[in-house]
Ligand binder design. Sequence first.
Ligand SMILES: [Fe+2]
Ligand SMILES: [Fe+2]
Length: 312
Amino acid sequence: MKGLYLHEAARENLNCEDENQFLTLLAKKGNFEVMTQRVIRGATAWLYPAENPGDMEFFFVHTGEMEIVLGEGETRRIGPGDSFYTQGLSRNVLMRCLEDAMLVYVSTCPAFDEQDYWQKELRALMRRVDEYDHNTKRHSRAVMRYAVRLYEALADQLDDGKIELEGFIVAALFHDVGKCNVPGSILRKKSKLTPEEYEIVKCHPCDSATILKPMYGEKIANITLMHHERMDGSGYPQGLSGDQIPMEARILMVADSFDAMTSERGYNRVMGLEEAAEEIVSQNHLYDPLVAQTLLKLVKSGQIKREEETEN
Ligand SMILES: [Fe+2]
Ligand SMILES: [Fe+2]
């Protein structure tokens, strides 16, 4: 019938998906877009300030449960039937998906194409890690989740030039993407590496930074570059120490070591969470004492739990 537009769910050209989110464009008139957004439990989504402060984005929760991070430890849970909209938002706002959710998303500015672009780029990078090594995939996600908890708890310790949480998540998630250049026979070796093999592994922070820099800029690339540095200068690749290492990198160092100590890698003793956090606290020459203490506090209070292996 003339004037009636029926949406067919399987029309692929209207969908943009990554492994955690699935955005479908239902209707578009000029800049005005109506979409549905499916978000998988455990995934994060972002609200961004619109380029034009007059633009509005409206969200209605059809199913599932989300948590909006308002900052300074304040969060708000929303569930089926709840809705909200943004207009003149002053900064990025993080949303966590607590239960698989389906949102109705209406925007007065074009959002679909831009999200499609970012999701494709991130997806390509993530696929590179996923296809290369199963443990790197699991480890990357676990480190990102631990690092985000620490970043949130230490937000007031970060200086004005800090990397926003959104960029920090990229740095944490892709800190080991450079391992894709390490031969699988070395990466998956169960016995001790030879000095030559270890030298090859030590290239991965530089390779991660090289991959990320053109896409996400120097600041984010630098955080990944420094994730194996240590406070006393004994780390690699640059042997930086103390104040030369920014807070974001100190957080990533702790999150990275914490997951390495508490997960099965085939050749290590798997430590309990509290035991590992205490071990990191005791190594105050290697790790930032405040970050280490914060980790221990978050573990003891149950705010950091073991990141189980998931497929998302
Ligand atoms: Fe690494
Ligand atoms: Fe790592």
